[in-house]
Design a protein around this ligand. Structure first.
Ligand code: XIL
Length: 341
């Protein structure tokens, strides 16, 4: 009998996993029930899934995950109220169907901005209102920083049309609808990279100074077996903790390939790669435990290697980024995280 992941870390922080509604039944559900006490929707709470067309809200899939969590005494995170992708085009079109970002007339641009912020406000309030009793931890915005874009802000439609106002609007609407008890996060990847980390830090600091209600930073933490150094990840937690903010690891997985490597091991993953993965997962969780005062949870982006977005990103291939293999058996990485039997 193998130990439960969540029980192992009960004195430290909750352990979560991203799931799809179909995984609330069968063997995957059993694996989740044993090992995690936190859940997040991998896709079905994203903007396009919940509000595919203006005023059309689709709760069915999201509700299935909420019901599964409740039935099994698990907590939930919400991912994500705002994103530049997996969001309906309708948000960014004016009454004539013209893309708002293409508008050059200053008066019309101003009217478009107002309309978009109103749509956003409604999207956020409607969702928070529905789930505030069930979900305490919320990704309000996702991936707004892009060091290569002007001002370090991702040049999304949101940014092109509203500047940074969409961020403030989303957090304020979430707080007003959800009250003081829900926790609001700004989520991003690569927060260990000094350049990106400092851009995010300056943005958040400025927003906090304007009274925008941000409670913490979500660090996606899509790492690989080589990169980044564990120390850089922890350094970022410390930096945000200095602002009085909470940290969560929101989307942890560990690719067996280096970032710029496009090879594919297929079904023959070398033993030494899985050993290396185990060592690194062990180091990572050691550091997480040591920093539990500034880290309030760790969520994996999946639970077993049979279902991972990394089989399709950045190219289609076989990856093995999680703690359980394709047959739901504990990998070497699992044992180095929980401690050898
Ligand atoms: C991914 C899902 O895992 C995929 O199923 C989907 O096709 C694309 O999105 N960063 C995020 C997550 O914030 O929402 C992404 O999830 C993975 C990267």
């Amino acid at each position: 009998e193998i130990p439960s992941l969540a029980d192992t870390f009960v004195d430290y922080f909750p352990i979560g996993a991203a799931i799809e509604p179909f995984q609330t039944e069968g063997l995957k559900a059993e694996l989740l029930k044993k090992h995690v006490n936190w859940l997040v929707a991998e896709n079905v709470m994203k903007p396009d899934a919940i509000q595919p067309a203006e005023g059309v809200f689709n709760w069915t899939n999201a509700d299935r995950i909420v019901a599964f969590a409740k039935a099994n005494g698990m907590e939930l995170r919400f991912h994500t109220l705002v994103w530049h992708t997996q969001v309906g085009d309708w948000f960014f079109k004016d009454a004539e169907g013209k893309p708002m970002a293409d508008e050059s007339d200053p008066e019309k641009r101003e009217a478009n901005k107002k309309l978009l912020l109103m749509r956003l406000d409604k999207h956020v309030r409607t969702i928070v209102d529905r789930y505030k009793g069930d979900i305490t931890s919320w990704d309000v915005v996702n991936e707004v920083i892009e060091p290569g874009d002007p001002d370090g802000m991702r040049a999304s439609d949101w940014y092109k049309i509203t500047g940074t106002d969409y961020i403030a609007t989303a957090f304020r609407a979430a707080r007003e609808a959800g009250g003081p008890d829900i926790k609001l996060y700004i989520n991003d990847y690569g927060t260990d990279d000094p350049k990106k980390r400092d851009l995010l830090y300056e943005l958040v600091k400025g927003l906090l100074e304007q009274g925008v209600p941000i409670d913490g930073v979500g660090h996606q933490t899509h790492v690989d077996v080589h990169w980044p150094p564990v120390e850089a990840i922890i350094k970022s937690f410390r930096k945000f903790a200095e602002l009085g903010l909470d940290n969560i690891v929101t989307e942890l997985d560990m690719s067996i390939y280096a970032w710029d490597d496009r090879s594919d091991y297929g079904s023959d993953i070398p033993e030494d790669i899985l050993t290396k993965q185990a060592e690194r997962y062990g180091e990572l969780f050691k550091a997480f435990r040591e920093n539990k005062d500034i880290l309030s949870g760790v969520v994996f982006w999946g639970i077993a290697d049979d279902h991972s977005w990394l089989d399709g990103f950045p190219v289609k291939r076989t990856n093995a980024p999680l703690l359980f293999d394709r047959h739901y058996q504990a990998k070497p990485a699992f044992w180095s995280v929980v401690g050898e039997p």
